[in-house]
Design a protein around this ligand. Structure first.
Ligand code: HEM
Length: 510
């Protein structure tokens, strides 16, 4: 018994040291950023908005601030609602804030291989380099002619059949991307080179939503045996994976096989990537290139379509904006030719419409989530390793302190100042090392659509069955990438000269 006090004191010392270290760590790490009180097990899952999350989260952040912590079944998520915090974390500390979260269903379906969803690391870096090189300023100029021609065909088609606007915008956006990525010119929306990736995007949207699959909330479900009731997500994952393989492999293989036959049109990204990787690419290299190329299609399709529809919708609602742009186009381009992308430096008001379109409704209002690689401290708050970062881009672009009357579509707000336009466009394309590599390309496509439509047509509300004009509701769909709810539209040529210019546009496939 004589040694008991010694033993007791050493335990007391050990406990004391433990408490001191705990307190030191807790102080060093700081508290979590403010957020709603968490319930046991589910955290804040029951308090989060299930529809149009950018609006609900903006409301919550008014109570808790620009860096709000929410917990979903133990997973920390940080909603970033100001540009300052987004830049401080995602740009200035990008080495630690450039990972992507693990979404269990995305992992099960193999889609985590897509480079836009990949973890931050060498494989991602390698593919990012391949894609970024091909969307640099000098490189994207190669695709001006394609973007201009498809925009002109788009206007012709909507003029003839305004009710097909959504399908036409989708088709033309897809053609621009598939043609420039793989050298393939799709014929219509049923063409497998479009239909399969479009289905792949739908699968991605479903697989990435927490509410669609319970496994996204309870990741340990992946260890359950497949025969157990309630595990139908395995079957869905198998189906999604089979389709995802086709999205990645089919266009890539087509391009490889058809470069020699001459059917694959040049220039195209896959061909250029192969040229930059001479010799005999390994299986690994091919899988890298496949993944890089397929991400371009996945990332560019819905986002491009969304922005184009936001433009058309706002033009119906703002005839005064149309008129002002048309005066500029008539003065700069004239009426005996169609605008080109190289006219852009001379068309500040048209540029303002493009910038205001991205500001008014960013296609991905919560951007893509980033994830934190290591524990961090920001403004005294502890940012836990593995936390998701959700930048509420919509809120940043509707901050009344930065944008007067932010819900109004108003290109005048930029005063034709390019710095102000860049400032507004930046958040719509994301942050830090994961910033959208297709931005220049996407801006060119939208500029071609905006300038061609306004130069040649009046954009009017569509008519209902009684022949009365119907204005768009201004509502948007739900999801990661969002679209204006369906609206009716009419185009009429601005003059017989404009109608003739459009009639001359050749629609033959290259
Ligand atoms: C209106 C059109 C577009 C918008 C608004 C848009 C927006 C975005 C946003 C917000 C992100 C996430 C950035 C982040 O994680 O912080 C992103 C990523 C990405 N975008 Fe775009 N994008 C558009 C068009 C395109 C196009 C045309 C391409 C390809 C040519 C493209 C390729 C990509 C890729 C590959 C990524 C993933 C980057 C990575 O994870 O490293 N995007 N885009």
């Amino acid at each position: 018994m004589a040694h008991l006090p010694v033993s007791f004191s050493s335990i007391a010392i050990a406990v004391g040291v433990f408490i001191a270290v705990y307190i030191f760590n807790a102080q060093r790490k700081g508290r979590l950023p403010p957020g709603p009180r968490r319930a046991p097990i589910i955290g804040n899952a029951h308090q989060l908005p299930t529809a149009r999350a950018w609006l609900g989260l903006a409301k919550m952040s008014k109570l808790y601030g620009d860096l709000m912590h929410v917990d979903v079944f133990g997973q920390s998520m940080l909603v970033v609602s100001s540009r300052k915090v987004a830049i401080d974390l995602l740009d200035k500390r990008s080495a630690n804030y450039s990972d992507r979260p693990i979404i269990p269903m995305i992992e099960l379906t193999g889609m985590r291989e897509a480079f836009s969803l990949q973890p931050y690391g060498d494989t991602w870096r390698n593919q990012r380099r391949m894609v970024a090189q091909h969307f640099s300023t000098s490189y994207v100029a190669k695709y001006h002619a394609l973007q201009e021609r498809e925009s002109r065909i788009l206007v012709k088609k909507i003029l003839a059949k305004p009710e097909t606007i959504e399908d036409e915008v989708k088709l033309r956006t897809a053609i621009i991307i598939v043609r420039s990525t793989y050298g393939y010119y799709p014929q219509d929306l049923e063409d497998p080179m479009i239909a399969i990736p479009v289905q792949g995007m739908k699968n991605f949207n479903k697989a990435s939503q927490p509410a669609e699959f319970l496994i996204n909330i309870l990741p340990s479900m992946k260890h359950l045996p497949r025969w157990l009731p309630g595990t139908s997500f395995f079957k869905a994952a198998d189906e999604f994976e089979a389709l995802y393989r086709k999205v990645v492999d089919d266009p890539y293989n087509w391009c490889r096989e058809n470069l020699e036959t001459g059917k694959a049109l040049l220039p195209n990204i896959c061909h250029d990537i192969w040229q930059k990787n001479p010799g005999n690419p390994s299986v690994y290299d091919h899988s890298q290139m496949r993944s890089a190329a397929s991400s371009v299609l996945g990332a560019g399709l819905d986002s491009g379509m969304s922005s184009a529809l936001t433009f058309f919708m706002n033009m119906i609602l703002h005839p005064e904006v149309q008129r002002k742009a048309q005066l500029e186009l008539d003065a700069v381009v004239g009426t005996d030719r169609l605008p080109q992308i190289i006219d852009r430096p001379n068309l500040p008001y048209v540029r303002s419409i493009v910038a205001e379109t991205f500001r008014f409704m960013p296609a991905i209002p919560l951007a893509l989530p980033h994830a934190v690689t290591e524990d961090d401290i920001y403004q005294g708050y502890h940012i836990p390793k593995g936390a998701w970062i959700l930048p509420n881009v919509w809120q940043m672009l509707h901050d009344p302190a930065e944008y007067e009357d932010p819900m109004n579509f108003n290109p005048e707000r930029f005063n034709n100042d390019d710095e102000a336009m860049e400032y507004a466009k930046d958040p719509a394309f994301g942050f830090g090392r994961r910033v959208c590599p297709g931005r220049l390309f996407a801006e060119n496509s939208l500029f071609a659509i905006v300038s061609t439509t306004l130069a040649t047509c009046k954009i009017l509300p569509g008519l209902d069955a009684e022949g009365k004009e119907v204005l768009p509701s201004g509502q948007y769909t739900n999801g990661t990438i969002i679209f204006p709810e369906h609206f009716n539209i009419r185009l009429t040529p601005r003059s017989s000269a404009a109608a003739e210019l459009l009639a001359e546009v050749i629609e033959i496939v290259e």
